[in-house]
Design a protein around this ligand. Structure first.
Ligand SMILES: Cc1cc2nc3c(=O)[nH]c(=O)nc-3n(C[C@H](O)[C@H](O)[C@H](O)COP(=O)(O)O)c2cc1C
Length: 292
């Protein structure tokens, strides 16, 4: 989508062979009041983004705003270029984390329980086995065992579509981009998802930003599988809301959820009749929808 762009300032240095410009892009279709500022260096016919900032980066108590910061940075860069032209003209990169690796997988299973060998582990394995029996490649991720820092709400991902943190999230996003089917298995923890899974979900804000900036895959499907200790659909309300919002933010269409309550009594989901078949049918159904 084309967004309105305004040139705020341009400084030409013909003798030195470079030009600096400051641009403002209107992203208010994404979030109210979201504007992105970019300082572009043009040199030897090449354009390079030297700096980006956006209005959402500035918390209420921060005394400066994005436009003022971008304008001051432009002046700093200009001064610096006069004194040390080679240092910037030959520099590469934007100082953000490197992008995700190139990954190919048909099915991504996110096993959200931190309990090894628990009910979500069993459900994930059933989903994995079914997908493999259909000839699909599968990756199972365990957020509780991964290094995933919590999102700090810096909003810098809206500058370049990437997070400032370098950790296991690059792999997660690589798998999310590649998969045709996402299966998330989560226990109910205090009415919502466990912390490790929530960290993963929040850090997908960077992937959400990159989808807005560069686009992303389409036609992906998602299945939510959840277990709770107590009996009754009301215990799943929050988990299902969180996981549906997660998938919706990433453009993933949710298929009907599989919810299994009463685990405090049942203890072991493999003893509950018909559950395995429900998981297998859901995975199979996702592919028959795809391949019709
Ligand atoms: C920290 C914690 C919080 C929990 N909170 C809830 C809850 O709010 N509602 C509920 O029905 N069950 C709750 N449970 C029970 C789990 O959902 C249940 O034991 C589930 O089977 C665990 O899944 P797992 O075997 O895959 O780890 C909680 C369990 C733990 C350890």
């Amino acid at each position: 989508m084309e967004r309105p762009v305004a040139l705020l300032r341009r400084v030409d240095h013909e003798r030195e062979g470079f030009a600096l410009s400051l641009w403002r892009e209107d992203w208010t279709d994404v979030y109210p009041g979201l504007f992105r500022y970019s300082i572009i260096l043009t040199s030897k016919g090449r354009e390079r983004v030297l700096f980006r900032t956006n209005t959402y980066e500035y918390a209420p108590t921060v005394p400066l705003g994005a436009e003022e910061v971008a304008t001051r940075r432009l002046e700093d860069v200009e001064r610096h270029l006069h004194s040390f032209p080679d240092s910037i003209l030959e520099e590469e990169g934007d100082g953000m984390a490197t992008g995700e690796p190139d990954i190919t997988v048909d099915v991504l299973v996110i096993q959200g329980s931190p309990r090894p060998g628990g009910n979500c582990c069993i459900l994930s394995e059933w989903a994995e086995e079914m997908a493999r029996s259909l000839g699909k490649s599968v990756k199972v991720l365990f957020p509780a065992d991964m290094t995933i820092r919590p999102c700090i709400g810096c909003y810098q991902c809206y500058n370049f579509g990437r997070c400032t943190f370098e950790d296991d999230m690059a792999d997660v996003i690589g798998y999310l981009k590649s998969c045709r089917l996402l299966v998330v298995c989560s226990p109910v923890y205090t009415n919502t998802v466990p912390g490790g899974l929530k960290h993963l979900i929040d850090r997908c804000q960077a992937y959400h930003a990159s989808r807005l900036l560069e686009g992303g895959p389409s036609g992906q499907k998602g299945i939510i599988i959840s277990v709770a200790g107590r009996t009754g659909d009301e215990h799943f309300r929050c988990v299902v809301g969180v996981l549906k919002a997660f998938m919706m933010n990433l453009g993933i269409e949710t298929l009907p959820s599989l919810l299994f309550g009463g685990m405090d009594r049942t203890r072991d989901i493999s003893k509950q009749e018909g559950v395995r078949m429900q998981v297998e049918e859901a995975v199979m159904g996702a592919f028959s929808v795809h391949e019709d």
